[in-house]
Design a protein around this ligand. Structure first.
Ligand SMILES: Cc1ncc(COP(=O)(O)O)c(C=O)c1O
Length: 318
């Protein structure tokens, strides 16, 4: 029986720890199957696309980042994390928690009234998986306090943690093996960064360069993240260190590049991070070491709510 989730208006919701254990209904994180690596051409640029949006059993870099948590979950009373109310990492954690019959207590800022009244997208799916939502003004601090109180496992925002290296090292080895099958030993890799954990841990296990773009904060934020996670490096290369537009704000240019890439390749990209990296791919792709691999990090499950934002802001008509 799923855990009942209550959303209390503008209140920090103290979730109960005495919950019904959930019947596992989502697949385990191990062993991950190799996701496809395929040639695509877009606007005259030929590159390899790593379809990690198709990685099984949990798609994208979230599944990769969480794989290393699994061994520590036995005996763990609950998971606690924090971040945005439509986060892709939140949904991946909710799936992981569900599979391991754990409750995820997820701390976020107070929801807009309309979203609380009618949760949609990743939030609706995570709540349906039994996630307990805790709203409050300081989600990071309240998550830390809750984890201490419950003796629960605290998962940092976006799963930017040392354990993320396990699954990303595996992805790096997978890429290397697939590249060899294409008759190549060297390449370069391009992907967008939020916390920067995915780019960093891939760079640590690849002998060729990883290029990335800061999407959430500045280039300095990204470097600070990397130094905090692995001060010894080696670090990825930052393309376009200009301060990014406010994260997630709908922009006509982002929608245009996203639509164009989706139409040309037949692949659905993520509408939050990918437009930034795809724009850089067009600008720099031809000058980066070849062959160039673009890493599709998944996240397409968040597109529905992004498209709704585009409609609300009048950038998309229907
Ligand atoms: C689609 C997508 N691309 C890129 C990223 C950035 O990953 P990271 O936070 O590890 O930099 C994320 C976040 O996990 C994501 O959901």
């Amino acid at each position: 029986m799923p855990v009942r989730t209550r959303l209390l208006p503008n209140a920090v919701h103290r979730a109960t720890t005495s919950v019904t254990l959930l019947t596992p209904s989502t697949p385990p994180l191990e062993p991950p199957a190799a996701s496809p690596l395929q040639w695509v051409t877009w606007r005259g640029l030929r590159f390899l696309l790593k379809r990690d949006d198709l990685s099984a059993p949990y798609p994208g870099n979230k599944g990769r980042k969480l794989a290393g948590l699994v061994p520590s979950l036995a005996g763990c009373p609950a998971l606690v994390s924090h971040g945005g109310a439509q986060s892709n990492a939140m949904l991946a954690l909710a799936r992981l928690a569900r599979h391991h019959a754990l409750v995820l207590h997820y701390h976020t800022r107070p929801l807009p009234r309309w979203l609380r009244a009618q949760p949609n997208g990743n939030l609706a799916e995570a709540l349906a998986l039994g996630m307990q939502l805790v709203e409050g003004p300081t989600p990071q601090r309240s998550a830390q306090q809750a984890a201490e109180r419950m003796g629960a496992r605290l998962v940092p925002q976006g799963a930017a943690m040392a354990e993320a290296e396990v699954g990303l090292a595996q992805l790096a080895h997978e890429l290397q093996a697939q590249l060899a099958a294409f008759g190549e030993r060297q390449a370069s890799l391009l992907l967008p960064s939020g916390t920067g954990a995915t780019a960093l841990y891939l760079q640590r296990h690849l002998a060729w360069p990883v290029y990335t773009l800061p999407c959430v904060g500045t280039a300095d934020y990204l470097r600070r993240q990397w130094h905090a996670l692995a001060p010894e490096g080696p670090f990825p290369h930052i393309l376009d260190a200009a301060k990014p537009a406010p994260f997630g704000r709908p922009r006509a240019a982002s929608l245009a590049v996203w639509r164009d890439a989706c139409a040309a390749t037949g692949v659905t990209f993520d509408l939050l991070y990918d437009p930034i990296a795809l724009t850089a791919l067009l600008a720099h792709g031809a000058t980066l070491p070849q062959p160039l691999i673009y890493l599709h990090c998944g996240g397409v499950e968040g597109n529905e709510t992004m498209l709704a934002r585009y409609r609300r802001e009048g950038i998309l008509e229907h």
